[in-house]
Ligand binder design. Structure first.
Ligand code: BMA
Length: 312
């Protein structure tokens, strides 16, 4: 009898050494480390980490690596929630889920500011990944998952975001002349009834320019009787009008399957938080596993584009 073929269940292949950053790698006491935003600068890899401290609110630390797999975390956090200044009310309960975009030679960080009025999208900028300048709170309350496009579209800055209205979490696009005031918002895509992304969706990685449109790696949530399940998906958006979906994957790129994705502070979560496109076309997708560790999985951009064109 022929041997049973072992079909990989996911389009993204997990790195064998996952998780790549855990609590044991942290040089200071904290609760968890997850949802980190990666960048590659002159061949060196950096991840701006979301760290949850023992008190329960989040802040950012920096990890560095020569190869994208073996990381060392800087001894001190690089960005803490503001205190004692005008920003304090907006960040009183922490700063979460940073997403870095390189634009015009500077690194812009969109993150979720959690304060006395709820969740907002906030924007900071850095030139060295260590010193961050806050630029503004850039959304109304109840918005998160902001990711900045790496270039202007029709003369305006653009971002994807995720306002919550009527409990529905969809992906929208907004535009700005100055990075601070945002508007002209349009719906991009909604949760798909009956599917793995039926409850909520949100942008995950900053959009990547391809010949087939903007490739967006997103997260989708399905509600089950045992709680939500977070998976990773992909979509292609028109380069000139990103509210136009050119293709959307039918199946997820990745689902929680391994122990470290199933079990943690929030189980059954793979939460993509950034991606690095290598010269050979491999896309390294960094993700938080069960809100407790950082992992990486890889897929070739051609295959990801092909599955993204399966549907609209
Ligand atoms: C989302 C965000 C993420 C988190 C995920 C799963 O709403 O808060 O930071 O990883 O839920 O808990």
């Amino acid at each position: 009898m022929p041997e049973k073929e072992n079909i990989a269940p996911d389009i993204l292949s997990r790195y064998g050494g996952n998780p790549i950053i855990t609590l044991e790698d942290m040089p200071f006491r904290c609760n968890t480390v997850f949802n980190g935003s990666p960048v590659k600068i002159d061949g060196e890899y950096f991840i701006l980490l979301r760290v949850e401290g023992q008190r329960g609110y989040s802040f950012f630390a920096l990890a560095r690596s020569p190869d994208g797999y073996q990381f060392t975390v800087d001894p001190e956090p690089v960005m803490a929630p503001s205190s004692g200044d005008d920003w304090e009310p907006w960040e009183l309960h922490g700063i979460e889920d940073p997403r870095i975009t390189l634009m015009d030679g500077r690194y812009y960080v969109m993150y979720t500011a959690v304060g006395i009025y709820g969740h907002f999208i906030a924007l900071a900028v850095t030139d060295d990944m260590v010193n961050f300048t806050r630029l503004g709170i850039v959304s109304e309350p109840g918005n998160k998952d902001g990711v900045l496009f790496p270039e202007k579209i029709n003369g305006l800055y653009a971002r994807l975001d995720r306002p919550i209205g009527n409990e529905v979490g969809s992906i929208w696009v907004s535009y700005s002349p100055d990075l601070l005031s945002w508007g002209h918002s349009e719906i991009v895509m909604k949760p798909r009834p009956g599917c793995w992304d039926s409850f909520r969706i949100g942008a995950s990685a900053p959009p990547i320019a391809t010949d087939h449109g903007w490739l967006e790696i997103y997260h989708g949530v399905k509600k089950t009787s045992a709680g939500p399940i977070y998976k990773t998906g992909s979509v292609l958006l028109d380069r000139e009008n990103p509210s136009m979906v050119l293709g959307r994957c039918l199946m997820p790129l990745q689902s929680p399957r391994n122990y470290y994705e199933r079990v943690g502070d929030v189980g059954n979560v793979v939460f993509a938080s950034g991606a690095i496109l290598e010269d050979d076309g491999n896309l390294k997708v960094y993700y938080g596993a069960a809100d407790t560790a950082i992992c990486v999985a890889t897929g070739h951009i051609d295959e990801i584009i092909a599955v993204s064109l399966e549907s609209k």
